[in-house]
Write a protein that binds this ligand. Structure first.
Ligand SMILES: O=C(CO)[C@H](O)[C@H](O)COP(=O)(O)O
Length: 219
């Protein structure tokens, strides 16, 4: 099965988790498939909160109401993809550069439902370069600190986040303790946040495989 077919299958499976109220919606090609599925059940839920400008636009294009996070309470679910995920539900996210808003919406949600094709399931995080969102004037400082942690930061050229910041993609990190590394990187002055989602892992993983969609939880 092609990767896109697997993404579409998990997006369709996620519809079973959609509550009547307001849904947090992620960013990326898998999230886009989910948005397209949401469009088919418009009217069965109230509205959405978007984790990026691109997601907000796609939701609106489908006629789905998009609300400001500050105007709503805690969300029932947040649905998003990942670049890598482990059996412990720790993730690397931010391949699309939306990591900060994704982390914020996820933090405001009771349940994080991760949608991924089986190429994203890994034993250890870190083959995918870890995205770090950085205030532009701190770019060099943060890069030096990331080198001290053993990584090789590379500026994502020509890319600005929805928050007006830059992304350093950090290669070759040995991510043996994702919870600690997430905290450590976030303590560097000038870092907005990093793409490790370990302090707040996913609750449910819908994994697209050639044998169908598998539902997994931390274990
Ligand atoms: O974190 C993300 C965007 O910032 C995405 O969830 C992640 O990059 C996966 O993308 P895709 O679904 O296109 O494979």
């Amino acid at each position: 099965m092609k990767q896109d077919e697997l993404k579409q299958a998990v997006a369709r499976a996620a519809i079973d988790y959609v509550p009547q109220g307001i849904i947090g919606v992620g960013t990326g090609s898998t999230a886009n498939f989910f948005i397209d599925e949401l469009a088919t059940i418009r009217g069965r839920f109230e509205a959405a909160v978007a984790s990026s400008e691109a997601t907000a636009q796609r939701l609106k294009n489908h006629g789905i109401q998009v609300l400001d996070l500050n105007s709503v309470g805690e969300l029932e679910i947040y649905v998003d993809g990942a670049d890598e995920i482990t059996r412990h539900m720790h993730m690397i996210k931010g391949g699309g550069g939306a990591l900060t808003r994704e982390k914020i919406v996820a933090a405001c949600s009771k349940k994080f439902i991760c949608l991924a094709d089986d190429s994203k399931l890994v034993e250890v995080l870190g083959k995918f370069p870890l995205p770090v969102e950085v205030i532009p004037m701190a770019q060099s400082h943060v890069a030096r600190e990331l080198v001290k942690l053993g990584g090789q930061p590379v500026l994502r050229t020509g890319f600005t986040t929805d928050n007006g910041n830059v992304i350093l993609d950090v290669h070759n990190l040995a991510i043996t303790n994702p919870v600690e590394l997430e905290k450590q990187i976030n303590q560097i002055v000038g870092v907005v946040t990093n793409g490790l989602f370990a302090q707040r892992p996913a609750d449910i993983l819908l994994l697209g495989t050639a044998d169908g969609v598998k539902t997994m939880q931390a274990g």
